[in-house]
Design a protein around this ligand. Structure first.
Ligand code: SF4
Length: 257
């Protein structure tokens, strides 16, 4: 259904609309692929404010990736504890480094630069703790490949517009969006949808009256924002009644009244 309504031309048109709202996105490589991979593992289930200091401490304590791979897991875990889930993350980092060294004979992902994107995407996901989002980030931000890291904003805006179905979830959304969005548009697609999700198509309620994509939006057409608003109002009313009943302000009051 989505594939019929959305095609390379309509995706390009949608991105032009988003560029007019949020400005053009510019690709600037962030890290070397190894740094990108490890910082991305550390960033899982936490914020940059916690994961960046953890990454800096890891780099300061161990001058090379080989040093990290050879270090005891408990020591690495205590070094990155700021990032949270540190035992699991330390295990995944050490496991990934060992597998990279086994595959390429060095602690480097540079060999992937010559691999086709789809093959590199699949191989990266064989590393412990690496799913489609982390693999996409490494390929997109460190190698400039046309992958689409799907975060909460990209996922929300995509399903609201009707590009994907909400039920498929973020993990499967990577594959579906990669088939739908032309590779040369993948980077602006990722960055502009994040911008749009942060500022206009926000959770839980979007600001549809400020959205240039309103005419194309499946969720708006099905009155999704209106239904969500009414549901939120009912929830607020129920919790207010429950609080009052608890305080004895509504004797015998039921939360279902
Ligand atoms: S119309 Fe509303 S729900 Fe649809 S994409 Fe725009 S802001 Fe999001």
């Amino acid at each position: 259904m989505a594939a019929r309504r959305w095609n390379p031309a309509t995706i390009a048109d949608m991105l032009t609309t988003l560029e007019n709202t949020h400005g053009k996105s510019r690709f600037i490589p962030r890290f070397d692929p190894m740094d990108e991979l490890i910082s991305c593992i550390l960033s899982q289930h936490t914020t940059d404010a916690h994961s960046f200091p953890a990454f800096t401490q890891l780099r300061e304590r161990y001058p090379t990736w080989q040093d990290v791979a050879n270090a005891p897991a408990a020591e690495v875990a205590s070094t990155v504890r700021l990032a949270g889930l540190s035992n699991q993350k330390a295990k995944n980092i050490i496991g990934s480094l060992q597998k990279i060294n086994e595959q390429f004979g060095v602690f480097s992902l540079d060999a992937l630069r010559t691999w086709p994107t789809d093959e590199a995407m699949i191989w990266l996901q064989t590393l412990p703790g690496v799913g489609p989002k982390t693999a996409s980030i490494v390929l997109c931000f460190a190698m400039g490949r046309g992958t689409i890291p799907v975060d909460t904003h990209v996922f929300r805006v995509s399903w609201r517009l009707g590009l994907i179905k909400e039920e498929i979830g973020e993990v499967k959304a990577h594959g579906v969006l990669m088939k739908l969005v032309p590779r040369e548009l993948a980077f602006p697609f990722h960055t502009l949808l994040i911008q749009h999700g942060r500022t206009v198509c926000r959770a839980p309620l979007p600001v549809c009256e400020k959205c240039g994509l309103a005419e194309r939006c499946a969720w708006l057409k099905s009155d999704g924002p209106g239904k969500r608003q009414r549901e939120m109002a009912r929830t607020r009313k129920r919790s207010l009644k429950a609080r009052r009943a608890k305080k004895g302000e509504v004797p015998g009051g039921s939360v279902n009244d």
